[in-house]
Design a protein around this ligand. Structure first.
Ligand code: ARG
Length: 265
């Protein structure tokens, strides 16, 4: 009787111990999981060609910093979704290859959503409308509209939708030549010095250049093509794409998007 009582007691004690340690274990683990999610904020590498005001460009006061509409927007989305961004400067036509090879995680570069690009990357929901425009040197009296570009020379940013449009015009036998340059500032220079006759570039960017540098170029057609920009991720990266789309919807709903619009437009 005594013996079986002490066995019972030991038994109860053991159950108690297991229960207590089990308890400690599970709370310990829950804490650990919480700590991990609190500490590890993922960092995504964002690729851009940062000579494209007002979307991405060097800060006048600190040329190491990139500012612009795209920058504020992705920062707001990152804050909403709990991730950090690290910027990587690349030429525009190097962005998609860099995404595919895993060198960058997101393209944030005023990139137009096109069917052809959808074949190599996944795009977020569109975040702004920005079509193509045709501009010439301010003193050009020759080209007054798209109707006057027969036999002329186009200058465009390499790898851009402006370049695609110019290629089409060349194939159709309308224009004589297409010059591809890396940056919008080079493009403007080449139509200023007469190397090219006209430029096809994103309307908000051409407009922004004209505001900053009055009297250099003029727009003769502001509706060459209607387009929308999206953020791009590697094909199949739905986790990141969902974060971008949810974050975009959230910052659009809470007024942050409108504030950013006001800052840059
Ligand atoms: N929207 C055009 C495109 O997608 C040009 C974008 C150029 N962007 C830049 N950051 N340079 O082809």
């Amino acid at each position: 009787m005594k013996k079986s009582f002490s066995f019972l007691l030991i038994g109860i004690l053991m159950i108690g111990l297991v229960a207590v340690s089990g308890c400690a274990d599970s709370t310990g683990e829950t804490n650990k999981v919480e700590d991990v999610t609190e500490e590890v904020v993922p960092t995504y590498v964002v690729g851009t060609e940062p000579y494209f005001p007002p979307f991405e460009y060097a800060d006048e006061n600190n040329s190491n910093d990139i500012i612009g509409f795209d920058v504020d927007l992705i920062n707001a989305i990152a804050a909403d979704q709990g991730f950090n961004v690290e910027w990587k400067d690349l030429e525009f036509d190097a962005l998609i290859p860099a995404l595919q090879s895993g060198q960058i995680d997101i393209i944030v570069s005023g990139m137009t959503i096109t069917e052809e690009r959808e074949g190599s990357v996944d795009f977020s929901d569109p975040y702004i409308n920005a079509g193509l425009s045709l501009a010439v040197a301010a003193d050009n009296e020759d080209i007054k509209s798209m109707a006057d570009i027969q036999g002329k020379v186009a200058v465009v940013q390499q790898g851009s939708t402006g370049a695609l449009k110019a290629d089409e015009l060349k194939e159709e036998g309308i224009i004589s030549e297409v010059i591809y340059l890396a940056h919008v500032s080079d493009i403007v220079m080449s139509i200023q010095n007469g190397r090219g006759d006209f430029m096809i570039n994103d309307l908000p960017v051409t407009k922004s250049f004209m505001v900053q540098n009055p009297g250099v170029i003029k727009i003769v057609d502001d509706q060459v093509q209607s387009d929308s920009y999206g953020f791009a991720v590697k094909t199949g990266n739905t986790e990141l794409l969902d974060m971008l789309n949810t974050g975009l919807a959230n910052v659009q709903a809470d007024g942050t998007y409108d504030q950013i619009m006001e800052t840059y437009f």
